[in-house]
Ligand binder design. Sequence first.
Ligand code: BGC
Length: 758
Amino acid sequence: MIKSIVILLFCLFSARILSAQDAERNTFIDGLLNEMTIEEKIGQLNLVAPGGFTQTGPTVSEDVEEKIRNGQVGAILNSMSFDVTKKAQEIAVNTRLKIPLLFGMDVIHGHSTIFPIPLGLASTWDMALIERSARIAAVEASAHGINWTFSPMVDIARDARWGRIAEGAGEDPWLGSQVARAFVNGFQGENLTDPSTLMACVKHMALYGASEAGRDYNTVDMSRVAMFNYFLPPYKAAIDAGVGSVMTSFNVVDGIPATGNKWLLTDVLRDRWGFDGFIVSDYTSVNEMIPHGMGDLQQVSALALKAGLDMDMVGEGFLTTLKKSLEEGKVTEKDIDTACRRVLEAKYMMGLFADPFKYLDSGRLQTDVVNARHLQAAREIAAHSIVLLKNENQTLPLEKSGTIALVGPLADNKDDLLGTWVLVPDRNRTVSIREGIADVAGGNVEILYARGANITDDPYMQSTLRLSGPSQEVDPNGPSTEKLLDEAVIVARKADVIVAVLGESFAMSGEAASRADIGIPESQQELLRAMVNTGKPVVLVLVNGRPLTLTWENENTDAILETWAGGTEAGHAIADVLFGDYNPAGKLTVTFPRHVGQIPLYYNHLRTGRPMDPNNKYTSKYLDVPNDPLFPFGYGLSYTSFEYGELNLSKKELTGNDSLTVSVIIRNTGGIDGEEIAQLYLQDPAASITRPVKELKNFRKLMIKKGEQQEVTYTITTDDLKFYDSNLDLVWEPGEFIIYVGTNSRDVQSASVNWIRN
Ligand code: BGC
């Protein structure tokens, strides 16, 4: 009783403190807004690029310095230099109202110490590690003067042709939600006034990952039921975790571009989900509503503001047209004030009015960027992100003796290990796979290296890749294709084992990097065929930013390691796994199809009335390829083996508020210690709308010592049974539920329960 009273008093007291803080903030911002001219208010809604590199579209703003001086800039995008950032802030705080700038940057998977691409981070299934990577990224970026990151990207992607699948957590909304939370917590920390944090920006709201045909910037068409059940949950999870800002997407949502979509930005994001931070457009996505067919620049800018957009990235539609729209009655001063207030609130919350230079302490550049602790974390996290796809005859781990032929255009390569979206990486600290192997293998291993192939010899692909900058795919001073191949065959013949490092260059995934064929490029496949033909054991190490089609590779190589683009310490981490210093435990968070024609292929699909039957013509199937994937969602092997015991359920009949306990004993039956990610899925076989065959609802990552076993216990409540029905209400419907537990989404055992209302 006394305890409850104390808690109650504490809550009342903290609510009073909070409201006192809110009141103080509101008084400050009201005062500021009263003093601001309409031009200054509109200026706060303008996000400009400082010019130069890292632009993902046209630069509109010229003379940025002059604009800051005139109060026409609220924030700066991707400022790469500490000195430029500092100078910009000095100019801003010397203006009439001294309003500080926000400095936003795409800090996506590390800042200068680079971690695996987000798809790799997700493959760790380890939220603590993901949060740690984001925390370190925030420490480094904030030491560089940055205070806002355009991350996390949480777009659910079911189409591996889409290059930006590299930037998200994969295809699952539940796992994607956990990852979204971990990123937000890592970036924002406990308190955004801490100068080692970044305000996060969840993107791209919404459905950007569902671009038709996997072609970037393409259109999207989706039912609201699908949005709410499968695509929106990770954005909502970021909002629930307190993300400070949201970025809109380039695509249409239900026929209206997201950037000007009132239903999305106001009805859903603000009214339904209670988001009270600010919303920024994507790069020129306001302007792009013109080609979408929504009117001229003045019309689309007014549409976006009215829809709920607060800040315009780069395109200056707000800057150049809102005043006119105000005069013509197309927007109100209140609309502008609301947006301006939200931007000012963010600045206030971050403590920038109190100290505009809090992120501009040059001393931190020496201590807080790429230090030994960060590099150690990068190595550990990269090792955890690696997924063992095949390991026949225990080809892996390799012995620390004998001769290894190390071949492939990605074996002695650094930039491609960093992957997409690295703006200020410390390239000198990047460890190539060749260097990593030399460091880890020790003196008893002889390593014979040959590049063996170009990343691609396809002239069309080379020409499109050149748009990303000088080609990384071909060594301009290197030997001819034939000579490259011959050199590789010579070293392979001398070796005990071949390690072939193949895949994609960094420019082959990420933004504007869609591929219609997601195989390993032909030049590298030729190398792999030549290696297989030597008859030596072949370990295929993949460096890539998306699921690849690997049917031939799976049939013809001895072992396959999916290492993604693993970041600064990828070389060491891959070597740690190759030699067994770390036993791999990563699992796929995206389905790997057998053939590109199966796409979209994802595990949590709806059922069909005519399920696949190979002996019945009129069933849902292809004539030439089986329906199932090569590697399912959740898949990943270990150097040891695990056996699952039978599922134990606490009850078979449940009512309303009951909770169900599911437990299973997992035994490490192999010869070494290892981690297992034990996954729990649910199916709702009959409901008011058709429900997926399976949905991930929980998992545990456990370390089990060799010969030992552990019991895993999951608790299921009616919250886990819920879905959005055709009225978009979140409901659970009584009846049978099937529970699956297993090592991946395919290899599971099941049990069913009956759950009725009270
Ligand atoms: C991308 C965003 C990114 C922005 C700023 C855009 O092209 O779609 O994800 O945050 O550029 O660099």
